[in-house]
Ligand binder design. Structure first.
Ligand code: NAP
Length: 81
């Protein structure tokens, strides 16, 4: 039975469409994390280079509340916008 120790690790990366955020998202994916990345200019659910993207504007409380995924025991967040 899966335990928290063996649960898939999830990483949530803001600003994952370019620059530092994209590099961080790709590095985390290579390290075995299931990565969710954000951009203002994607369709939620779109997959880019193996990263599942969601549309989110971090300057909008409503957008963040609507999109921020539930935390899991092994999750990490990286803000790169
Ligand atoms: N590059 C460097 O050497 C460096 C060094 C030190 C610090 N920084 C800082 O690190 C951050 C990222 O730099 P970068 O060079 O990687 O920039 P970048 O290539 O322009 O990437 C910015 C990322 O942030 C996203 N973004 C911008 N505004 C957003 C918003 N309101 N809501 C959600 N996402 C937003 C963009 O996504 P969309 O446009 O697709 O929405 C894009 O994915 C900046 O704050 C920069 O000042 C950069």
């Amino acid at each position: 039975m899966p335990t928290a120790l063996h649960a898939p690790k999830t990483a949530f990366v803001t600003g994952a469409s370019s620059g530092i955020g994209k590099a961080a998202a790709l590095a985390l994916a290579r390290a075995g994390y299931r990565v969710v990345g954000t951009s203002r200019k994607v369709d939620s659910g779109e997959v880019r280079d193996g990263i599942r993207m969601i549309a989110c504007d971090v300057t909008s409380d409503a957008s963040v509340v609507a999109q921020w995924p539930p935390r899991t025991p092994n999750s990490v967040a990286s803000n790169c916008w």
